[in-house]
Write a new protein. Sequence first.
Length: 87
Amino acid sequence: MDMGNIEWTWLLYLKAGLFLLLGVMAAGLILWEHPQLRVGLLLAVAIWGFCRAYYFAFYVLGKYVDPGFRFAGLLSMLRYLWRKRRG
């Protein structure tokens, strides 16, 4: 099995579920240690902001800025932007 491409659909769903579980557990622990409305709202805004940045990085850049380039991850996207900026 090539580790670069996951071909089993169930493994992709498992990976997504584990990421979701990780996020829910981390947010839950933060709110458990600091059960304040302000902390909950700031956490929600931070999560929303990171989701929008991720969407921008992989959908907007890939679809509208350079449709021919496929980013392998955040570091790949940053390298692409750095090279593009430097000319």
